[in-house]
Design a protein around this ligand. Structure first.
Ligand SMILES: [Zn+2]
Length: 118
């Protein structure tokens, strides 16, 4: 059984990974927008800049939505990367918002068993 400090550290590392992932998704969107906008300017320089911007934004939104979809699809396996964020009784992930419940109560929100030492 883990103590509060160990679990809090694991949970903050998990939150940091998720924050980095969100930043990476928006960075990919921004780079995609800029790349498509510049490429469209090279291919047809006489095109209206507004049309280029709209096309680049549409393409970037599709890329960002695909990246978000992949992130959501792998959320369950990502939550299981750290064994310290798994319930020792029911093996459920204690990441996401469940970590806040564990930190405040010391119990698993799935099975109700005690997972943190006092
Ligand atoms: Zn449990």
């Amino acid at each position: 059984m883990r103590n509060h400090a160990e679990f809090r550290w694991s949970y903050w590392r998990y939150c940091g990974r998720q924050s980095a992932r969100i930043f990476a998704i928006f960075s990919v969107g921004a780079v995609t927008f800029l790349g498509v906008w510049l490429l469209a300017g090279l291919v047809s320089p006489q095109e209206d800049p507004t049309v280029r911007s709209e096309a680049a934004m549409a393409f970037a939104v599709v890329v960002v939505l695909a990246a978000i979809g992949l992130t959501v699809r792998h959320a369950e396996s990502d939550a299981r990367l750290d064994p310290g964020l798994l319930c020792p009784w029911c093996n459920s992930p204690l990441a996401h918002l469940h970590g806040i419940i564990v930190l405040s109560s010391g119990n698993c929100p799935h099975c109700g068993e005690r997972v943190l030492e006092d």
